[in-house]
Design a protein around this ligand. Structure first.
Ligand SMILES: Cc1cc2nc3c(=O)[nH]c(=O)nc-3n(C[C@H](O)[C@H](O)[C@H](O)COP(=O)(O)OP(=O)(O)OC[C@H]3O[C@@H](n4cnc5c(N)ncnc54)[C@H](O)[C@@H]3O)c2cc1C
Length: 420
């Protein structure tokens, strides 16, 4: 199908690329403007629950996903002090059978490269996506309301029928349209590191982690820890959430020594110390911020998407996944109209997505307290809730993993032959 609507996507992260590809698939002409000189992602892992996997499968990416995924066989929740298992639930075939899509882990760079390759592949349906890197958008010209123009720091002008601000948590597009300041610093920070799987395998104290791949969360007073393998065990991806240090509160992110990461978990199960001390010299710390709920995502022909409008704490592992849901819905809406229908399509995009994403934002924020309870009656009640494995806060996994309903007739349920 060919389509004459042109879209500019500002930001080539996971949200921007999924949007570009989804629009391309519907026949729209897309140009992505990216501030960085090279497109890419940070060296870390990412989890996609069925709601996100379903979007990627709908883009015809299953063979490529199979080539780069790691299958966690269970979700395991442990107590900080002795590592005892509070709850465990299969994430493999059972999830695929229930939700028609898998719960998989990836290296972010692999997932990003997969999307980029699909945007550029000449043989895929729709017009090949165009990219302009080294293009930081610094201004918007909406003097022609039907044809907004994004202006870059070098003065280049790009005009289209719709501009999508997919430029992340500190979105410039958001500022330029005059959206309210909804950014909140959480007071916490995340240490992020990839630990070579071989180092984990070589130590009898940590080798158990490779026996069966899990997505693991350790819960403790005022901090938690998430880890899972990516690239079939090549790396253990670790996200360690703790109260923010004054240094990182000043700089927002930066490298930290391994010793600082290890020292952040005093008195925790010995296996935590053994695991974290295997990190090499690549630990970074990131101050954690989020956005308050924001029902207005569209300003004329400029629409916000992903972290630009619903940045959330990563305590549901859903930020990128929600951006992918935005992409699918935006493409359904814009793909179904001609120029005359653009405003209605953008309004329906917000109507279908803003409340849903807002609920995930709120649930992720609730988890900050829920995850970090001191030992006592509240923690015991929480652990009982966790055993039910139907979500942690007000939203259930069932609701979350089914995702925003899509109209896409090409979506087929998925049942995967069980392998890593
Ligand atoms: C520790 C941690 C763990 C997480 N784990 C998960 C997980 O397991 N699963 C999950 O779904 N989500 C997870 N998330 C959330 C996820 O990483 C984000 O929600 C997601 O990457 C946001 O994608 P985005 O495309 O909206 O923004 P971004 O990834 O921030 O991309 C924005 C892009 O815009 C570009 N840009 C910025 N300004 C401009 C400008 N002015 N002009 C042009 N380009 C610009 C940037 O260079 C960047 O490439 C996690 C987050 C953290 C911090």
């Amino acid at each position: 199908m060919s389509h004459s609507i042109e879209v500019l996507v500002v930001g080539g992260g996971l949200g921007g690329l999924t949007t570009a590809l989804s629009l391309r698939q519907r026949g729209l002409q897309v140009t992505v403007l990216e501030a960085a000189n090279e497109l890419g992602e940070v060296g870390a892992g990412i989890q996609t629950a069925p709601n996100a996997s379903r979007i990627l499968m709908g883009l015809g990416l299953l063979p490529q996903m199979e080539a780069i995924h790691t299958q966690p066989e269970d979700q395991v929740r442990r107590r900080w002090k002795d590592g005892s298992i509070v709850a465990s639930k299969p994430l493999g075939r059972e999830v695929q059978a229930d939700y028609g899509a898998p719960y998989w882990h990836y290296h972010r760079a692999d997932l990003h490269a997969l999307l980029l390759a699909a945007c550029l592949a000449p043989e895929r349906p729709g017009p090949v996506v165009e990219f302009a890197t080294g293009c930081r958008v610094t201004d918007l010209d909406q003097s022609d309301p039907a044809r907004p123009t994004a202006v870059t720091d070098a003065g280049r002008r790009f005009t289209a029928d719709v501009v999508v601000g997919a430029d992340g948590i500190r979105s410039k597009v958001r500022d330029l349209v005059g959206a309210p300041d909804t950014l909140v610093f959480s007071g916490e920070m995340a240490y992020r590191v990839l630990i070579p799987g071989k180092r984990i395998a070589d130590d009898p104290a940590t080798r158990f982690l490779l026996d069966r791949f899990h997505s693991t969360i350790w819960y403790g007073p005022d901090r938690h820890l998430v880890h899972y393998f990516i690239r079939g065990g090549q790396y253990l991806n670790v996200v360690a959430i703790v109260p923010c240090s004054p240094e990182i509160e000043q700089t927002w992110s930066g490298p930290v020594p391994v010793s600082e990461l290890v020292a952040a978990y005093p008195g925790w199960d010995d296996r935590v110390t053994a695991m974290l001390s295997k990190a090499e010299d690549n630990v970074s710390a990131w101050a954690m911020s989020y956005r308050r709920r924001d029902p207005r995502w569209v300003y004329g022909r400029v629409a916000l998407l992903g972290d630009a409008c619903h940045a959330m704490l990563p305590y549901q592992a859903q930020g990128a996944s929600q951006a992918m849901e935005d992409a699918a819905v935006l493409a359904e809406e814009l793909g179904a109209v001609t120029h005359a229908g653009i405003d209605g399509a953008l309004a329906r995009y917000v109507a279908r997505r803003a409340k849903h994403a807002g609920m995930v934002q709120d649930a992720s924020l609730e988890n900050m307290r829920f995850y970090h309870l001191p030992d006592g009656p509240e923690q015991q009640a929480r652990d009982s809730t966790l055993q039910e494995f139907n979500g942690e806060s007000d939203v259930s996994y069932d609701w979350l993993w089914r995702g925003t309903p899509l109209d896409d007739p090409d979506l087929v349920p998925f049942d995967y032959e069980f392998r890593r």
